[in-house]
Design a protein around this ligand. Structure first.
Ligand code: GA4
Length: 325
């Protein structure tokens, strides 16, 4: 992964507060009746929560993780056959189009397109069918869980009908993405500093559904601007509120700023399903959540938002351009 000139562009952050299960991250048990109110509270305060008792089969999770590890273990020359990630495929260090770099390599895929592109075939060779079927099984489970969570948000917010959010995910024109990030272990130069794996940013979509192996690295920013580490848990999912949901709730839900720091001794593998609406969808506050207030945002479509973000830097406040002054 490393080459001297590229390493020089990396950024480092100081160590931050560690959290324990009891002190930090909101926990939602999807099998419990209080799930919907816990989700609403978590989205308001953190824009982030951890989910247990989800319906995604552990077997699909483990199989995809091992297929992904096989892919990232290949020689770089093989992986690059699936690249560059422009916008989809294998990417290494470089994130987006504006010069951001991180200690990360990744696969970025569209979810509702057959993965028969030359991209995957050339890099996966004979293993392509296996990867495709394992990926589809995982994504089916995650989509189901995403739908359940979005319905619980609708119910928790007393929105009629409750499927206002989930129907965007179920729409066959939905613009969802899937990303697998591999952060190789990165020996520390200095005990107090960590190399940035994926720089701070908010996700542009509605929600993102993330899981990782048991290696730490994910950090979220709290309302006061401080950062906390999210203890990893390979059997749970972590949900981020994205910019679009912040707008649809007129700022009631918070699009969470997050980042990943590289681990000094273990590699981290994460998989994220980004729930994006159809391109033509108007992203605007739901009338029932306005309660006589004005919209905080100018109206825009998902297509317009996407166009505006691709020229931005990772850490930019992308919603800033769409705020009403
Ligand atoms: C952040 C969330 C998703 O990973 C992503 C990222 C995208 C990319 O990697 O190409 C972006 C980033 C993300 C937001 C700003 C732009 C676009 C990199 C970047 C600098 C796939 C997405 O949809 O937006």
């Amino acid at each position: 992964m490393s080459s001297k000139s590229a390493t020089e562009q990396y950024t480092y952050v100081r160590n931050c507060k560690q959290t324990t299960f009891s002190s930090g991250i909101p926990l939602v048990d999807l099998s419990k009746p209080d799930a919907k109110s816990l989700i609403v509270n978590a989205c308001e305060e953190f824009g982030f929560f951890k989910v247990i008792n989800h319906c995604v089969p552990m077997e699909a999770i483990s199989m995809l993780e091992s297929e992904a590890m096989n892919f990232f273990s290949m020689p770089i020359i093989e992986k690059e056959k699936a690249g560059p990630a422009n916008p989809f495929g294998y990417g290494n260090k470089s994130i987006g189009n504006s010069g951001d770099v991180g200690w990360v390599e990744y696969l970025l895929l569209k979810t509702n397109q057959e993965h028969n592109s030359s991209t995957l075939s050339s890099a996966f060779g004979q293993n392509r069918e296996k990867f495709r079927s394992v990926l589809n099984e995982y994504m089916c489970g995650v989509r189901k869980m995403g739908c359940e969570i979005l319905d619980l948000m609708g119910e928790g917010l007393n929105i009629q009908p409750k499927n206002v959010f989930s129907k965007l995910l179920m729409d066959k024109e939905s613009d969802c993405l899937f990303r697998v990030n591999h952060y190789p272990a990165c020996p520390k130069k200095n005990e107090n500093e960590n190399m940035i794996g994926f720089g701070e940013h908010t996700d542009p979509q509605i929600i993102s559904l993330l899981r990782s192996n048991n290696t730490s690295g994910l950090q979220i920013s709290l309302m006061d601007g401080s950062w906390i580490s999210v203890p990893p848990d390979h059997s749970s999912f972590f949900i981020n509120v994205g910019d679009s949901l912040q707008v649809m709730t007129n700022g009631r839900f918070r699009s969470v700023r997050h980042r990943v720091v590289a681990n000094g001794s273990k590699s981290r593998l994460s998989m994220i399903y980004f729930v994006g609406p159809p391109l033509s969808e108007k992203i605007a506050p739901l009338p029932s959540l306005m309660k006589g207030n004005e919209s905080l945002y100018k109206e825009f479509t998902w297509f317009e938002y996407k166009n505006s973000i691709y020229g931005s830097r990772l850490a930019d406040n992308r919603l800033g351009h769409f705020e009403r002054i």
